[in-house]
Design a protein around this ligand. Sequence first.
Ligand code: ASC
Length: 135
Amino acid sequence: AQSSIEDAIKFRQAGYAFMAWNMGKIKAQVVDGAVPYNKDQVAAAANAIAAIANSGMGALYPAGSDQGTGYNPTRLKSEFFQNMQEVGQIATNFNAAANELASVAAGGDQNAIKAAFGKVGETCKACHDKFRAPQ
Ligand code: ASC
């Protein structure tokens, strides 16, 4: 049986992986133009990201969850737990940006989607730069 810490690491990584897949679809259609823009697909991707962002992932960061097992590694830095106010601000910014992306994706204005997508990415990066260990 897995520990609750291992479960938390597994579920949060699943959430980030699924968001990354959806970010990639928006990037391909709206930023890179590698795939033709499809309003419904982009809106669905943005809604999926917002749903995960709004799902209360903070519960997946129990104390000690910076220490994965070899089977279930994590790149979370221990500094995360010493900077909870900053973590909370980044999470709030991420949620707001994800909700804004979903809102503009529903409207279909590709320039607005591109800008909102960029803001989501900035909030992803803010947490990576501070609290994710390098590969
Ligand atoms: C993505 C993705 C991330 C973020 C980050 C933004 O699409 O998978 O981790 O955006 O690259 O800087």
